[in-house]
Ligand binder design. Sequence first.
Ligand code: FAD
Length: 410
Amino acid sequence: MEHYRRLGVAEEIRTLGLPDDYPPDVSYHTRYASHEIARLHWPSRRDALANRHAGDRRWPTPEPLHRGQEMFIEPVLKQHAESLPGVDIRFGWKVESISQDSTCARLFARDPASGELCEFEADYAVGCDGPRSLVREALGIRYEGTGSEDRDFLGGRMQATYVRAPAFYDVVPGGVAWQYWAMNPQRFGIMIAVDGKGEFVLHTQLPKGAQSSLEYGHESIALTTGGDFPYEIIGVAEWTAGFTLVAKNYGAGRIFIAGDAAHLFTPTSGQGYNTSVDDAANLGWKLAAACLGWGGPNLLATYEAERKPIGHRNTNFARSIADFFGRISMPQALEDSGPAGDACRAEFGQRLQELAWKEFDAPGIHFGMYYKDSSIVCTEPGEGPVDDPHHYVPHARPGARAPHLWISEG
Ligand SMILES: Cc1cc2nc3c(=O)[nH]c(=O)nc-3n(C[C@H](O)[C@H](O)[C@H](O)COP(=O)(O)OP(=O)(O)OC[C@H]3O[C@@H](n4cnc5c(N)ncnc54)[C@H](O)[C@@H]3O)c2cc1C
C-alpha cells in the first residue's frame, strides 16, 4: 500500500474488497456452525484510517494493512499503467520467446486476436510471468529450495471452491470475519470473504491423486460447516501448496525476473504478492536510472543482491507457519460437548490464538527489510536492529525503509 501511495493509486485500491466497516478478523472453528475457538481481531478499513494519525506503534505507516482480492486490484493497476505517457499495453498478448545479445533484449509476442507475431527490441526486459515463467526458463535459471512439501493441510494439491453464500453469515455464530478456519478430524478448510456481501472462497486439501470437482466442493462445505445453508458454487480450481522456492538468480544480462517468476510461497501469512510488489518497486527505479543514464554500471546487480535474501527470508517465514497447521495434532475431545470438550477447546484455542498473531501480525516482515550488505549501501558502525518478523523497530540506517513520521501541515 505504501508503494501504491507513491504511484497515486492507494486511495482507489483501499476502496476495493471488503466494506468500510467490515472487520477483517481471522476466526477459528471446529465447524463453522458449531464452536468458535479463537479469533484475531483486526480493525475495519474505516477504523484503521480513522486511527492512522494517532500513530500505531506496531504498524507505523500512513497506509494501514488492507485486504483486497487481486481480481479487484489488477484492473486499477492496468488502468493506471494505461494512463502513463510512453506506456504501451498489449493486454492478452503472449510472449513466445525471449533472447538477448550485447545490444538488446529481443522478444516475440503474439496478438491473440489476429494471430500476428511481432518482434520487440528493448534495452531491458523483465519477466513478471508467474511460476511457470517462460523468461526464467529461457535464462536457464532454476528455483532453489523445497518444491513439494507433503502435509495433511497446506502441502500438496488444494481445491479452491468459489461460492455465493450470503446465508453463510447466518450460520456462523460469533460475528463476521475475513478468514474463517475450520479444524476438525474430517476436514480442514479456510473460508475467505471476497466482497463481504456473500462471496467466499473455501480452500481445502485434495486427497492424494484426486482432482478438483464440484462434488468435493459440496462435501467440503458440508464437513467444514456442519450445518445447512443455501449456497451456489460459482467455480472450482486447483492450486498447489508446499512451495518454498527462490530463483537462483534474479536475472542475467539485460533480462530480469520478478514476482512469482522469482519466488514461490505457500500463501500462509499472505507474503507472495507483497514480496512481488516490493521486487517491482526495487527494480523499477534502478531500471529507470539505467535508462536515463545515471545508474552506473553496477546498480542493476543490486536488485538480486537486495531482493534474493528477502525472497528466502519471506518464503521461510511463510513455510514456518504452514508447518504448524500442516502437522498439527487434533486433540481427541475437540468436538465433545460438556466440560471436557469446553476445556479442550479453550486450551487448543489458546494455541491457535498465538499462532494467528504469529501469522498475521508481522510488521517486521513488511517494514523491517534492511539491505545492509548491498553494494550501494554504506555501512554504519554498530549493530543494526534484529530482524524480527513480529516487531519492527523504525531506524534510519542506510538500506532500511525510511521511518514514517507525520509532520504538521506546512
Ligand atoms: C490460494 C492463494 C492465495 C494467495 N494469497 C495471497 C495473499 O493473501 N497475499 C499475498 O501477498 N499473496 C498471496 N498469494 C500469492 C499471489 O497470488 C502471488 O504471489 C502473485 O499473484 C504473484 O504475482 P505475479 O504478477 O508475480 O504472478 P501472476 O499473478 O502469476 O501473474 C503472471 C502473469 O503473467 C502472465 N503470463 C505468463 N506467461 C506469459 C507469457 N508467455 N506471455 C504473456 N503473459 C504471460 C500470466 O497470464 C499472468 O497474468 C496467494 C496465492 C494463492 C495461490
